[in-house]
Design a protein. Structure first.
Length: 516
């Protein structure tokens, strides 16, 4: 491990392949602070498809040697990353806040997730266990080994611009893989700082490559690299639409990607629930990060007997919530990540106005807290700030019921029987996270068994995954792969079996010689 000072961010950011910086391009992409859209944080040169292939080739070259480094030593390198990130935690957190407008308190939590992930995997370097397995035959022993897959291309979104990449990159490196990482270009400054810190930890050149590129160039480059056989695994966190394209592409090359996609995460509030904490959890998971987590709350399904009581609690909390400068420690959320996210979100607001009776901020009609047509808060500093919206009476056929909005909207509906709530919760066809607020263990277990989701919370928020529990979804939320903890190793290693016969004679398998 070398220098532990905070990484300086160049004003012009470029891709790095095998330790070499790629040339600048003519029209760099401006990375803008969404809390002050006049402020350009850096200009990013977006590489073309050839760079994506070139990076994969460089990774292929470097990987073999890296795989021969003993796993406990690779674990030590992961430990170095942990230390470097810890020493630069505040600078990295501030960079996250500036890049995407995530409130600083959340940004610090996000950076802590990198450290937690490293702490888990530094020790895994000393385990990375295989099995010893008994054979059907005498004088024969079977074993299993985890081998690295080879080269992994990791494509990540900008809402968790450093924690989620670490969920892929740290275990991939630990297991002996080389990586090509394509971060979100609009989160270029914090991804640069992340890459810089990782590079100083003792990772050989070519083992971790950074490619800034547009989605289309990445897609074309990936297609070529898969065709050439220089990419062995693709990891993608982002929208279900793009995930499905990546799935198709990988399928054509006989590969199974790890896809972590969107969510329409439901919360059920039963008649016997603690309504105060349930409302607090709805506020946090629906509006935290401006609803821009894949684990954000989509729709809250409330038992009809407590519907009004719950709504008035949530409404009160929402009115008290401060939306604004993400540098402050008391805001519930800051701006939308960038204009693209804001535009998409506005599409949902307009849809609500066209399809629902809007009664403004009276809290008595379908929409409480704000009139969505006036969703934009018009901050004097021109940040992309939006009012929180609670849409009560959301209908199962509504687009805001079935689609991820990725913005500060909470849908609300009521139910009579738990079976009905479970059916409604499953209806959108995602399957990432969900929650139930209840004091009845029977309801909790019935919900857990009936819900199609990778992650279930009882009396807690839909968001807030921990770094050592399996993370991932089913259905429209992904293809069943899990990140985090021991489970992610199944993405970045392939099992190899070894059967060793020491009998001295040829023992023929599957020859039926009758009962023993
Ligand atoms: C994501 O939004 O892509 O569960 C991941 C959470 C986070 C991870 C979200 N720790 O809220």
């Amino acid at each position: 491990m070398s220098d532990s000072s905070a990484p300086a961010t160049p004003a012009d950011l470029r891709s790095v392949v095998a330790g070499a910086t790629l040339p600048a391009t003519a029209e760099p992409f401006p990375c803008v602070n969404p809390a002050r859209t006049q402020e350009v944080l850096a200009r990013v040169s977006l590489a073309d498809r050839d760079a994506v292939v070139q990076a994969a080739r460089a990774a292929r070259q470097a990987q073999e040697k890296w795989a021969r480094v003993p796993a406990p030593v690779r674990g030590q390198v992961i430990g170095n990353i942990s230390e470097l990130v810890r020493r630069n935690k505040e600078e990295l957190s501030q960079a996250v806040t500036r890049d995407i407008g995530k409130p600083i308190v959340e940004a610090r939590g996000e950076v802590q997730e990198i450290i937690d992930t490293c702490e888990y995997f530094r020790g895994e370097g000393r385990r990375l266990y295989g099995h010893t397995v008994p054979s059907e035959m005498p004088d024969k022993q079977l074993f299993t080994f985890r081998n690295p897959v080879g080269v992994a291309t990791i494509i990540t979104a900008g809402n968790f611009p450093v924690a989620v990449p670490s969920w892929y990159i740290v275990p991939a490196l630990l297991a002996g893989n080389a990586v090509v990482w394509k971060p979100a270009e609009y989160a270029a400054v914090c991804s640069w700082a992340f890459y810089e810190l990782f590079s100083r930890a003792g990772i050989p050149e070519g083992v971790l490559n950074l490619v800034y590129a547009s989605g289309e160039e990445t897609f074309a480059g990936l297609d070529a690299a898969l065709g050439e056989g220089v990419v062995d695994k693709v990891g993608f966190t982002g929208s279900s639409v793009v995930g499905s394209r990546i799935g198709e592409l990988c399928g054509r090359h006989l590969q199974t990607p790890c896809l972590e996609l969107g969510g329409k995460n439901p919360m059920v509030v039963t008649a016997d629930a603690d309504l105060d904490t349930a409302a607090e959890a709805a506020l946090f998971s629906g509006f935290g990060t401006a609803g821009q987590r894949c684990t954000s709350l989509g729709t809250v399904l409330v038992h009809e007997s407590v519907h009004d009581a719950f709504r008035s609690r949530l409404d009160t909390l929402t009115r008290q919530a401060t939306v604004g400068d993400p540098g402050r420690t008391d805001v519930v959320y800051g701006p939308m990540i960038n204009e693209r996210f804001a535009d998409r979100y506005e599409g949902f607001l307009n849809w609500i106005c066209d399809h629902h009776r809007v009664l403004g901020s009276t809290a008595t009609g379908r929409i409480t807290s704000a009139n969505p047509r006036e969703g934009f808060m018009g901050d004097p500093e021109a940040g992309l700030y939006y009012h929180p919206v609670i849409l009560d009476g959301v209908r199962p056929e509504d687009k805001v019921f079935t689609e991820e909005t990725f913005g500060p909207i909470i849908g609300m509906a009521s139910y009579r029987h738990l079976e009905e709530a479970i059916e409604l919760a499953n209806r959108p066809g995602y399957g990432l996270s969900c929650a139930i607020y209840t004091n009845d263990p029977r309801s909790a277990f019935t919900f857990r068994a009936g819900i199609n989701a990778g992650m279930v919370s009882v009396n807690n928020s839909t968001s807030g995954a921990e770094a050592h529990l399996p993370f991932g979804g089913n259905g429209r939320s992904g293809n069943g792969g899990r990140l985090s903890g021991i489970w992610v190793l199944d993405q970045f290693t392939r099992w190899q079996s070894l059967n060793w016969d020491y009998s001295g004679s040829l023992q023929k398998a599957q020859m039926d010689v009758g009962e023993v």
